[in-house]
Design a protein around this ligand. Sequence first.
Ligand SMILES: Nc1nc2c(ncn2[C@@H]2O[C@H](COP(=O)(O)OP(=O)(O)OP(=O)(O)O)[C@@H](O)[C@H]2O)c(=O)[nH]1
Ligand SMILES: [Mg+2]
Length: 436
Amino acid sequence: MTATHTTERAVIAKRVDSGTADTEEIRDLARAAGYEVVGEITQTRTEDPAYHLGEGKVTRLSNVVAREGAAVVIFDNTLGPYQTYNIGNELPERVRVIDRFRLILEIFGQRAQTRKAQLQVELAELRYELPRAEAKASLAKRDERPGFMGLGEYDESREEDIKKQISNIRDELESIEETERHRREQRRESGFDLVALAGYTNAGKSTLLRRLADDLDVDENDDLHPDLDTTAESEDRLFTTLGTTTRRAKVGKREVLVTDTVGFIQDLPHWLVESFKSTLGSVYHADLVLLVVDISESVEEIREKLVTSHDTLYERNEAPIVTVLNKTDMVDDEEVQRKTDALSSLAPNPVAVSAKQGLKIDDLADRIDHELPDYERERLVLPMTDDTMSLVSWIHDHASVETVDYGDQVVIEFEARPAIIEQSRAKAGDLVGASA
Ligand SMILES: Nc1nc2c(ncn2[C@@H]2O[C@H](COP(=O)(O)OP(=O)(O)OP(=O)(O)O)[C@@H](O)[C@H]2O)c(=O)[nH]1
Ligand SMILES: [Mg+2]
């Protein structure tokens, strides 16, 4: 699927029960989806069952849409199917009405480039549609009016259809995940520590990955991640990354695999989170999680995002979490210190960096090295045979070799993850056994 860049003109609408409506985030999301925001209507009142807004407000909305020649109205609320229909009737011809979740789905649909991401978007869409189809079907059933019967029958089969599709997609996702699990295990056995980047969208995860990583991309779908191209800039838009990409990085003596993940966002409905949960698989199974936040945001905003991130990670994550305060180039040292102190209970001992400017990346690398399970030392004495030569090269591939002495025997000293040491001992045992 290629990204479609619509430049349709959009009017934002938002209702809040009390206080004043803040439209900053929905504007950002609209722009992320490719819309040009040309106006907005907000209202503080209880929800109107038929129109969501008050009827007078809907007329105002219609006027703004007509005046600005808008093609779309974007609600920062959840609209029921009938509200959507009723509002649509009050607007000029052919103007679309979408709500917050539809909009997020549109963005995800545009960004989904891997099979897995596409399936997840489809799953999310179907989960969005299912209760709506169910509602229609049950209303039609209750309603004896003949005109509705046809609709009812149709919707009931639609409901079954959606359920079947959901189950098919789940199966396919499961098999993709199985492959990923297998790949993760192989990587671990190859001596890599697995580090995952997590955090809100736009925090700078992809930029940081590029800073940490060597050039090599270890996923097969490299070409599907233009945002990770070393020559391409990260974009200042939401959800640049959908799906995960893994790159190899050297941290101290270690070979580490760093995985970039989809960004979190506030107020995601649970069905949407559910659909993208498997995206977080690489986070849940990492040896270390780097939780990236944007230090240029307000303390309140960062705190809220940290809390949500921890909630998302809490259930299944067992790895240590290091908070990375990114974008230090945008604030002065005093502000970094003040915010670090204010956030100390949520983010104890964080590392402050600028991914973009490459500041303090070494400190972060040291910290990663420190947090990962310790390497162990090993010294093996091996007979001088051809098989030994291939074991020595295996050790070179999987460990950090300090010395190799070739005499009557081969003496090799190295450091590696405990699992690698075990494997090398077993292989050495086979060799010695065979040559005896
Ligand atoms: N000033 C400054 N900008 C940064 C820094 N790191 C990243 N950015 C900018 O922040 C924006 C988002 O960066 P990304 O790396 O795409 O963020 P992300 O967390 O991967 O975002 P998603 O993929 O949407 O989840 C881009 O415009 C980056 O250039 C930094 O250290 N300083
Ligand atoms: Mg990204």
